[in-house]
Design a protein around this ligand. Structure first.
Ligand code: FES
Length: 148
């Protein structure tokens, strides 16, 4: 009887020790993973998510140094509309949502059905009557920023 109780007490004490050891182990080894899990994975990383920065001396964007040219970056059509100004609009047409807007002859144009827009995104014909979303551009030295 005593032996049985002793064994039970022994097992209990083993269990308790095991449980507390396990808890301590978890607290120590789980700490870093708990901290990691507390970081919201949807939080944006990087501070420039709300703008594009184009180096106009780079081969990819140097065509923007010439009036009339344009580039398409991340779904945005960026055009050099004059010696001192740029215009940026979404590449997605407001007519039927086709991602085909380009810059041509001083205006934005969608070849899908012929929608036309001025450099401020305003519709120039009935197909383009809903206009285009525009973005602010800022030239500093040779860096053109497009605010999203
Ligand atoms: S989708 Fe652009 S004109 Fe129709």
């Amino acid at each position: 009887m005593n032996e049985k109780m002793n064994r039970l007490e022994f097992l209990k004490s083993l269990g308790l020790k095991g449980a507390s050891l396990f808890a301590v182990y978890c607290a120590a080894s789980g700490l870093s993973s708990c901290v990691n899990e507390s970081i919201d994975p949807t939080t944006p990383t990087g501070g420039t998510a709300n703008e594009l920065s184009l180096d106009l001396t780079s081969a990819a964007y140097s065509k923007l140094n010439t009036v009339g040219n344009y580039v398409i970056v991340s779904g945005i059509v960026i055009a050099r509309v004059s010696t001192t100004s740029f215009a940026a609009v979404t590449q997605t047409c407001s007519h039927e949502g086709q991602k085909r807007v380009v810059y041509n002859a001083g205006e934005f144009y969608c070849p899908a059905h012929g929608a036309r827009f001025d450099t401020a995104g305003r519709g120039l014909n009935s197909t383009g009557s809903r206009g285009l979303k525009t973005y602010v551009t800022t030239l500093t030295g040779t860096t053109l920023k497009v605010t999203l």
